[in-house]
Write a protein that binds this ligand. Structure first.
Ligand code: MF3
Ligand code: CO
Ligand code: CO
Length: 267
């Protein structure tokens, strides 16, 4: 179970470049978010933009996933499949999860966007998810425990009246999309393995307004909240360092359609 690879400085540089193209595509998605577009419009953009940048969209054909990006609207927790019949409406929230492969290395990052002005509930779950990722990231440094990440996220999200999804976890990443370790977004401080500099993984908490339980739709991919209430998610890829971590998917500036309603800008 401890087959967690330590990435070399060369590999980390390759992951930085992969992260950079992934973020660039996500910034392009931000610029197109508005009522009236379809989730297939987002898929088309992500696919073309990824190729334009010399990379490949990792989701396409991944265990049979049919599209180049995951688009998860409102009660969809993750793995939403883009569809030209699914039109964004004012008040919707949508997570767009971009994963690109550049020169064999993966970058994986997602944000939840606001379509028009959010309801108080939509804003709450989205801002709790945003902060949950930040608090998880703040736990990461050499010598910390894997469980410290989930503990910090769970304590905060539950204090805010939300729940944290158990069914999906963050993951190691490198030349493989999903590798060890699994990064739970709930847990106990002081539990789990010790982090070492050079480990690369994602943190990607899914935060729900109601129950943390999910159902998978008949398409075998789309995960929805069991109670139909809203869900939001943010994701970064990062590398553990001696005294903290380096985010490998940093954004160059604020997102017009997400950071707009955050209290302060944070990447
Ligand atoms: N990007 C997702 C993650 O964060 C995985 C999507 S798998 C897919 O791990 F097949 F649905 F694309
Ligand atoms: Co991921
Ligand atoms: Co992802």
């Amino acid at each position: 179970m401890s087959n967690i690879t330590i990435k070399t400085p060369r590999e980390i540089e390759a992951l930085r470049k992969a992260g950079e193209v992934t973020v660039a595509t996500l910034m392009g998605v931000d610029a197109m978010i508005r009522p009236g577009i379809s989730t297939e419009d987002i898929n088309h953009f992500v696919h073309e933009d990824t190729l334009r940048r010399g990379a490949r969209p990792a989701p396409l054909n991944y265990h049979g996933f049919p599209k180049s990006v995951c688009t998860s609207v409102n009660e969809v927790v993750c793995h939403g499949i883009p569809n030209d019949k699914e039109i964004l409406e004012p008040g919707d929230i949508i997570n767009v999860d971009v994963t690109s492969i550049l020169d064999g290395y993966y970058g994986d990052t997602s944000v939840t966007f606001y379509v028009g002005d959010p309801s108080p509930e939509a804003k709450h779950v989205t801002e709790v998810a945003r902060r949950s990722l930040e608090l998880g990231i703040a736990e990461v440094r050499e010598g910390a425990r894997l469980g410290d990440i989930g503990a910090a996220i769970q304590a905060f999200a539950e204090r805010e009246g939300c729940s944290v999804v158990r069914a999906f976890v963050g993951h190691g990443i490198g030349r493989v999309f999903h590798e060890a370790p699994q990064v739970s977004h709930v847990g106990q401080r002081g539990s789990g393995m010790r982090l070492k500099a050079g480990m690369v993984f994602t943190i990607e908490p899914m935060v729900n307004l109601g129950t943390y339980e999910v159902d998978i739709l008949d398409d075998q991919w789309t995960a929805v909240t069991r109670d139909g209430r809203l869900s939001a998610q943010f994701e970064h890829t990062l590398v553990v360092t001696k005294h903290g971590c380096e985010i490998l998917t940093p954004r160059p500036g604020p997102l017009a359609n997400s950071d707009r309603f955050s209290t302060y800008w944070s990447r």
